[in-house]
Design a protein around this ligand. Structure first.
Ligand code: NAP
Length: 402
């Protein structure tokens, strides 16, 4: 197996201001992923390559395998080899399967490391209902896109364990600054939320709403309690909307003379809103921890993690990813649902401008689900479903592209 091997006919994708400079035959790096990565990656690649062939005939992706995770460790003794970082710096775009977070030994999550090294500041999670997918909702008309800030808030990992000298020092400082008592045996975590980080995230969400003809952008926050972090996020979000997008947006309660409404919701309310009236929500922009929770909760409405795609986007780099983990108990069984990774690559095709191939994939996936030929996770919720393997599911999607 040759890793880091770039086909001579491939063309480099440049990303400027979060947008790709279009190229035929783009070079795309891929990380197969641990656990079920060995199942879902080949299934996904089959679907994507066939969709491009059917849509354009003369366009191909120049796939380049780069190493990360357990496979990397086995081959190189390193979970995230420097060469992978160098390749991503050079080629700017990639797709990754799930990666194990090694437990203990002081490892940082590989996902978090990639996001921080490349300043992939927006985690974008579309949450869309496909007909026939089992859902806990009676009327699952869900079509939301969540923009989660990816570099600040609790993701900075600034924390000190209870009873350490550092925690005690910070407690002293807090008490001297705030005049509030903190129990001496407290663990301490810091939650930084900046104007710069908040504004660029909300800016990206509003631009997305404009480009994709969406109807609203909701700022989700817990500003009633955390005024200078969560509350500030909301205020900065409104500032960006009013100062930079006044031709496109109006505020909730104003006369709807522009295409996109901006509003905000407190985080706890947002959770009930997406269950009771998901049709009222479209694009959601939020801080890191809120985004983490709401993304998986929203995915549960449309078939679960097996159906949820994602992307991490920065100014100059884009990494698309299956949002679920490695599901180790199913690894190598050719059983799990490849849709999360397939829909992530569909996002990538849209991002690169290959919209026709992206639509082919979406249509064929929808048809395969309506035919009730689905993987185990969907089969257990669909009456009369025929359970198929991961690879068979991909083959059926290809067949349904006609
Ligand atoms: P997980 O791997 O996402 O699996 C949790 C459950 O989700 C599975 O048991 C399965 O549910 C369902 N599931 C996951 N992938 C599926 C698929 N493709 N099709 C259908 N159902 C699927 O979460 P975890 O067990 O908490 O984490 C395992 C490892 O993955 C950990 O090392 C964790 O750090 C890592 N992780 C990585 C990422 C990432 O790379 N982005 C994200 C999350 C976790 P049922 O048991 O009900 O069938």
């Amino acid at each position: 197996m040759s890793y880091y091997s770039v086909p001579s006919w491939g063309k480099k994708v440049e990303i400027k201001n979060t947008k790709p400079v279009y190229n035929n035959n783009p070079i795309v790096l891929y990380i197969e992923g641990d656990g079920t990565g060995v199942d879902i990656w080949p299934a996904t690649r089959l679907v994507v390559d066939e969709a491009l062939k059917k849509a354009y005939n003369d366009i191909k992706i120049a796939w380049v395998e780069v190493l990360a995770g357990e496979k990397a460790y086995k081959e190189t003794g390193d979970y995230l080899p420097e060469k992978t970082i160098e390749f991503l710096k050079e080629y700017n775009i990639g797709i990754k399967g799930p990666l194990t977070t090694p437990v203990g030994g002081g490892f940082r999550s590989l996902n978090v490391t990639l996001r921080q090294v490349f300043d992939l500041y927006a985690c974008i999670r579309p949450v869309k209902y496909y007909q026939g997918v089992p859902s806990p909702l009676k009327n699952p008309s869900v079509d939301m896109v969540i923009f989660r800030e990816n570099t600040e808030d609790i993701y900075t990992g600034i924390e000190w364990a209870s009873n350490t000298p550092e925690a005690k020092k910070v407690i002293e400082l807090i008490e001297s600054l705030s005049k509030k008592k903190v129990r001496v045996d407290s663990g301490i975590g810091i939650k930084p939320v900046s104007e710069y980080g908040s504004k660029r995230l909300v800016r990206m969400a509003i631009k997305y709403a404009i480009e994709n003809k969406r109807k609203s952008v909701t700022l989700m926050h817990k500003g009633n309690i955390m005024k200078f972090t969560e509350g500030a996020f909301k205020n900065w979000g409104y500032e960006v909307a009013k100062s930079e997008f006044s031709d496109y947006v109006y505020m909730e309660g104003e006369e709807p003379k522009k295409p996109i409404m901006i509003n905000d919701r407190i985080a706890d309310n947002m959770f009930q809103q997406i269950i009771i009236s998901p049709q009222n929500y479209d694009v959601i922009a939020t801080t890191n921890l809120n985004g983490d929770y709401i993304s998986d909760a929203a995915a549960a409405l449309v078939g679960g993690l097996g159906m949820a795609p994602g992307a991490n986007i920065g100014e100059n780099t884009a990494v698309f990813e299956a949002t679920h983990g490695t599901a180790p108990k199913y690894a190598g069984l050719d059983k799990v649902n490849p849709s999360s990774l397939i829909l992530s690559v569909k996002m990538m095709l849209d991002f690169l401008g290959f919209n026709k191939a992206a639509s082919l994939i979406e249509g064929a996936l929808q048809k395969t689900i309506l035919d009730k030929t689905v993987t185990y996770d969907l089969a257990r919720g669909i009456e009369g479903a025929k359970e198929v393997k991961c690879s068979q599911f991909a083959e059926l999607i290809v067949k349904n592209m006609e």
